[in-house]
Design a protein around this ligand. Structure first.
Ligand code: ACO
Length: 324
């Protein structure tokens, strides 16, 4: 059976850089507090009129160029996002029009920060049925539009950006295995209300706007435990150990979560790719941005095993193994 393998990767980060020193002028915080608690120094912010699908399309064009394909060669566009600029049509349909992928069908999926991993798993299922399919999978977010910039608990954490991959079937490379999980009972530890919420309690009593709401300490604990559990279960399922893994590309939430995860799984730091310091948490975009950076460094060899793991609102979490 063929598996979804990378033909190309691309990423796009908006030009505007927001530093911790800039944030000191907006909320009661400090560079020292943010750096020591999160490892984040800067994040990118989309410009006025720069919508989610613009970021997604720029990343997609780079991935297509690397793959040596034209937009018209793409059969399916999947965009993992929790920040589409409209509820309808999907961000994926806007991307289709923007890049001219006239032969594709297109839709979004929302699994918050786990969206890209869920998307890889989904793309692999399509490829199993139709190995020649060319799939453009994008993780793209404009979180800055959904942050309460007066809330120092959340506004320091997030950034905007997009990453994209082009996938098609391969016998020797690609997605090997995955373990995905959700627990909707824990939704209220991390959520973003919608302007048309039907939840009267939220709307009338506690509603604080359509912004990211987070119980930081709970999220921290669940994120570490859940990703540890997903990675352990995946390795056991595949009869592998951390020694068999060349590189771990985790969701880039914050450095302390990643350090705890490495400690609990006994992963040497040099096996983990970390760029959250530069970009902050870009939710569904974080893994494909990191993947594009890794790919362009050309440090991985054919046959290397790359492990991905993520955690996000829902809660959603999981781990996925890919052969390079
Ligand atoms: N600057 C200065 N002080 C702050 C700030 C800030 N930006 N934010 C909060 N504080 C204050 C709090 O008000 C509190 O003050 P108090 O003791 O007077 O009440 C104090 O700092 C400690 O606050 P805590 O919330 O207990 O701080 P904690 O050590 O837990 O760090 C943080 C907060 C960084 C949010 C941490 O809980 C965390 O990393 N959680 C995970 C959140 C996350 O990554 N979410 C992303 C979405 S999910 C995902 O992607 C995995």
């Amino acid at each position: 059976m063929k598996h979804a393998a990378l033909l190309g990767t691309g990423s796009y980060l908006p030009g505007k850089i927001l530093s911790n020193n800039d944030l000191e002028k907006i909320v009661d915080t400090s560079d020292e507090w943010i750096t020591s608690r999160t490892g984040i120094s800067t994040r990118r912010i989309a410009g006025k009129g720069e919508e989610n699908f613009h970021l997604a399309s720029r990343a997609a064009e780079k991935a297509l160029t690397m793959a040596g394909l034209a937009a018209g060669d793409i059969d399916l566009i999947l965009v993992a996002t929790l920040t589409p600029h409209m509820m309808m049509p999907s961000c994926a349909c806007f991307v289709q029009a923007e890049i001219g992928a006239d032969n594709a069908f297109a839709y979004d999926l929302n699994a918050a920060c786990s969206g890209f991993l869920y998307g890889l798993d989904l793309a692999d299922s399509y490829i199993a049925r139709q190995p020649d399919m060319k799939i453009l999978l994008i993780g793209s977010e404009t979180l800055s539009a959904h942050i309460n910039w007066q809330d120092r608990n959340t506004c320091i954490l997030f950034g905007d950006g997009a990453g994209a991959v082009v996938l098609s079937g391969s016998d020797s490379r690609g997605v090997l295995s995955s373990k995905l999980f959700s627990d909707g009972r824990l939704w209220n530890l991390l959520y973003m209300d919608s302007p048309e919420s039907l939840n009267p309690d939220i709307r009338q009593e506690n509603w604080q706007g359509c912004y990211m709401q987070m119980s930081g300490r709970d999220v921290f604990k669940f994120a570490v435990r859940s990703m540890e559990d997903a990675v352990s279960k995946l390795l056991t399922k595949e009869n592998l150990t951390i020694d068999d893994i060349t590189l771990v590309i985790p969701h880039q939430a914050n450095v302390r979560i990643l350090n705890k995860l490495m400690e609990r799984l006994a992963i040497p730091p040099d096996k983990v790719y970390v760029n959250v310091g530069q970009y902050g948490n870009t939710s569904a975009a974080s893994i494909p941005i990191a993947l594009d950076e890794v790919n362009r460094q050309e440090s991985l060899q054919e046959g290397d095993k790359v492990l991905f793991c993520s955690f996000g609102g829902g809660f959603t979490w999981g781990a996925l193994l890919m052969q390079w």
